[in-house]
Design a protein around this ligand. Structure first.
Ligand SMILES: *Cc1c(COP(=O)(O)O)cnc(C)c1O
Length: 375
């Protein structure tokens, strides 16, 4: 049994309670991971129990899938990484000769997967920037959106794109990694799938790889579960349990990251060494109006542009509270100069993942580091 009563309550309450079993005296609040490949069976009927072999199912997955599914508003199918989730979805939905629309400014590994690993499907791939302009969706099988995009944090209108795609018979998936289910609800806006890397803010401690797909369509959910069972890329019970434990603090972490990002974005905007500040929460940001309508909260990621690669590297090195690291969404503030990875962005662009430190400490440290690089 899971706590259905948590449905409809506030974000913090749902994060703490979703997916937990009803109380049993002597049992833990969050049941520990179940380590098993095989389970006792009754000896005669095949698959009479939900658990018979661990590649097909595990009680630890079910608890986290219930929790994330509750937050997403659909059925969640868990995968061992964001790319396992995205690649399984693409392999499941796309057929030979299909046309797929993907973001030209989206996660690089998704673009590479489509171009290289799916090459044998002879897909027509339309790469479109998140700000548009969008092609005619006639004859398109799947539209994959990523909003806010990375690293520019551009935003697209999910609902209006879903309407256009559905009118043309196309499915829509939204990569919701940056927003998380508390920041944005793509299924409620009509999307067929949410895909996400839960290695980022959802788990938030920079220590777990995890991913998921959610959908309200149980036929599609069953197809994804089958693809996972047969594909064999499945999450391990310990990581799954750790992710569930981390989910409990998602509301708290996001609230702090978002308010810290607001303080930092304002301070960065006023600094002469910073050429550009992108954060959808800034009233002057190109993504602000749409983000304010579409999102329930602004993310803890702020992108800045400094003069050049050397300035950006010196800035990150001079900031004691900004660790040079890729990924985002963790407790610790990190900075990633994206051009080092081959992203087609200015050399001096730094994506700051704002952590849960005290705002005054963070702003003071970032400003002293910027002062150090301009003098
Ligand atoms: C990190 C990321 C992924 C891939 O997730 P992994 O957990 O690293 O496999 C996909 N999409 C976005 C937007 C990401 O940031």
């Amino acid at each position: 049994m899971t706590r259905d009563w948590a449905r409809g309550l506030g974000d913090g309450t749902r994060c703490v309670h979703s997916g937990l079993a009803d109380p049993v005296v002597g049992e833990p609040l969050l049941a520990g991971p179940v380590f098993a490949t095989a389970y006792h069976l009754n000896g005669s009927s095949r698959r009479s129990e939900p658990d018979y072999y661990a590649r097909a199912g595990n009680p630890t997955w079910r608890a986290l899938e219930t929790a994330i599914g509750e937050l997403d508003g659909g059925q969640c199918v868990l995968f061992p990484s964001g790319m396992a989730a995205i690649s399984t979805l693409l392999r499941t939905v796309l057929h030979y000769g299909d046309t797929v629309v993907i973001p030209s400014d989206g996660y690089f590994a998704t673009r590479t997967f489509v171009a290289e690993e799916l090459a044998a499907l002879a897909l027509t791939v339309l790469e479109v920037p998140t700000t548009g302009s969008w092609p005619d969706f006639d004859g398109v099988r799947l539209v994959l959106l990523e909003t806010p995009s990375n690293p520019w944090l551009d935003v697209c209108d999910i609902q209006s794109l879903v309407d256009r795609a559905h009118a043309a018979g196309a499915l829509v998936a939204v990569d919701n990694t940056t927003a998380t289910p508390l920041g944005q609800q793509p299924l409620a806006l009509g999307a067929d799938f949410v895909v996400a890397s839960d290695s980022k803010a959802l788990t938030g401690h920079s220590d777990i790889l995890m991913g998921h797909v959610s959908t309200v369509d149980s036929v599609l959910a069953d197809r994804l579960r089958k693809a996972r069972t047969l594909g064999g890329a499945v999450p391990a019970p310990f990581e799954t349990w750790l992710a569930h434990r981390s989910l409990g603090t998602l509301d708290l972490r996001l609230a702090r990251q978002s308010s810290n990002a607001a303080a930092l974005a304002e301070a960065l905007l006023a600094h002469p060494a910073v050429r550009t500040v992108r954060w959808p929460g800034l009233p002057g940001d190109p993504a602000h109006e749409l983000a304010r309508r579409q999102m329930r909260r602004f993310p803890g990621v702020v992108t800045i542009e400094l003069a050049d690669a050397e300035t950006a590297d010196r800035f990150v090195a001079a900031a004691r509270l900004v660790a040079a690291a890729t990924s985002f969404g963790g407790l610790h503030t990190t900075g990633d100069r994206r051009a080092q990875w081959g992203d087609p962005v200015p050399e001096g662009l730094v994506r700051l993942s704002v952590g849960c430190e005290d705002p005054d400490d963070l702003v003071a440290d970032v400003i002293q580091a910027l002062d150090a690089v301009v003098t």
